[in-house]
Design a protein around this ligand. Structure first.
Ligand SMILES: NC(=O)c1ccc[n+]([C@@H]2O[C@H](COP(=O)([O-])OP(=O)(O)OC[C@H]3O[C@@H](n4cnc5c(N)ncnc54)[C@H](O)[C@@H]3O)[C@@H](O)[C@H]2O)c1
Ligand SMILES: [Zn+2]
Ligand SMILES: [Zn+2]
Length: 373
């Protein structure tokens, strides 16, 4: 039986998200019906809403969801009715990367997360319709479309968590935070004596900072334009904090790293020219990891000659190389131990205050707004 609910529907590219009565289709065999408790708000929701990445409309966004399972499709094995879940990115489950437990590399990542492909049977079919107009509405953004009181979610997006989990505060683990934390914990795996510089203190940057502090790295440098973010980072394990607009930034980073530059840099601003600074801020044999993404069509701003002669490495990373059913519980344990203080960067807003939450994120007042349902 279709589920009558309310969702934030964006009727066309660039239009506002309006709380709209919708009727959701029943879950496909590989899908789960979730009563959504909360969903983090991420810049990618806003980017796609405004056409930065193509999408079908009318559409529901939201890809850092959390909630409870109300019904499961016939082939679902990960969860059952009543389970508490956090939601993350969607994958095909069948390609070489998925089979090797490296789902962040899924061959169908683009199709499943941005193109809203639900299953081979129904492709990118809309997930429901607006009650008042009968217009089809597209869901399945990152397998979720969690800006709604209910969502039909891909089983691959679902991570079962213990009953009693704080589904509001931990909702944002599924995207930016795991991307930043995974950059260090899953990909770079630095040693205690190593130095890292994190450019950008949004959710991605704080995820990376907390991971670096947990690993007890000797030198943890953070760079941002917002003084309050630098102060917060200093109180949470950063050893040095510099303004991204300082004319002495590179000298300061070198002075903090024995004169040669950091072993690792994490680019988490998404601003292309910051990548150039990150490249200059690492030492020979150093590694710059791009997590921030300036969007399609931007070339990396450095000389191959430097890469060869200085033995530098540059690479990119999607979703922190996370395997969510394993990595998200790992982050929850860090949170439990006080090492992943998500509450210090977030603020919850009831769905009726969505525009206020969006404005707070855009102005930089709140790092991670969480929409509650
Ligand atoms: N690779 C992935 O899987 C993945 C996942 C999530 C997000 N992202 C990308 O990561 C980036 C960061 O995401 P976020 O949610 O943390 O964003 P955010 O906007 O909250 O954070 C970016 C931070 O960079 C700072 N900044 C901007 N210009 C700067 C400069 N010149 N010097 C220093 N700091 C500067 C801002 O003040 C802000 O604090 C975005 O590009 C996002 O699209 C990638
Ligand atoms: Zn796959
Ligand atoms: Zn995101």
């Amino acid at each position: 039986m279709p589920t009558r609910t309310q969702a934030l529907v964006v009727h066309q590219v660039g239009a506002p998200a309006l709380l709209t009565d919708v009727e959701l289709a029943d879950p496909e065999p590989n899908e789960v019906l979730i009563r959504v408790t909360a969903s983090g708000l991420c810049h990618t929701d806003n980017l796609v809403q405004h056409g930065g990445i193509p999408s079908a409309f009318p559409a529901i966004f939201g890809h850092e969801g959390a909630g409870r399972v109300e019904a499961v499709g016939s082939a679902v094995t990960r969860v059952q009715e009543g389970d508490s879940v956090l939601l993350s990115f969607a994958t095909c489950g069948e390609c070489a990367y998925c089979k090797a437990d490296r789902p962040a590399g899924c061959s169908l990542f683009w199709d499943k997360n941005f193109m809203r492909v639900r299953s081979t049977a129904v492709g990118d079919e809309p997930v429901g319709q607006a009650v008042a107009t009968g217009d089809a509405v597209y869901g399945s953004f990152f397998g979720q479309s969690a800006f709604a009181r209910h969502a039909v979610v891909s089983e691959s997006s679902v991570v079962k968590v213990p009953q009693g989990t704080d589904l509001v505060q931990l909702a944002p683990l599924g995207c930016g935070l795991q991307s930043g934390a995974g950059a260090l914990l899953n990909q770079l795996k630095p040693a205690e004596n190593d130095s890292v510089v994190v450019f950008g203190l949004g959710a991605v940057g704080f995820g990376a900072l907390w991971a670096a502090a947990h690993l007890k790295l000797r030198t943890i440098i953070v760079v941002d334009l917002v003084p309050s973010r630098l102060d917060l980072a200093l109180s949470q394990g950063a050893t040095h904090a510099f303004s991204g607009s300082s004319p002495t930034l590179l000298d300061d980073i070198r002075a903090a790293t024995g004169g040669i530059g950091a072993q690792y840099a994490i680019e988490a601003t998404g601003v292309a020219r910051v990548l150039r600074t990150a490249w200059e801020a690492i030492c020979n044999f150093g590694h710059v990891l791009s997590v921030g993404n300036p969007g399609p069509g931007t070339n990396a701003p450095f000389d191959i000659n430097d890469q060869v002669n200085q033995s530098k490495t540059w690479s990119g990373l999607a979703e922190g190389a996370s395997n969510p059913p394993i990595f998200i519980p790992q982050l929850m344990r860090l949170h439990e131990a006080g090492a992943f203080p998500v509450e210090t960067i977030s603020r919850a807003y009831p769905v009726e205050q969505y525009e206020e939450a969006l404005a707070a994120m855009k102005s930089g007042k709140v790092i991670k707004p969480i929409i509650t349902f």
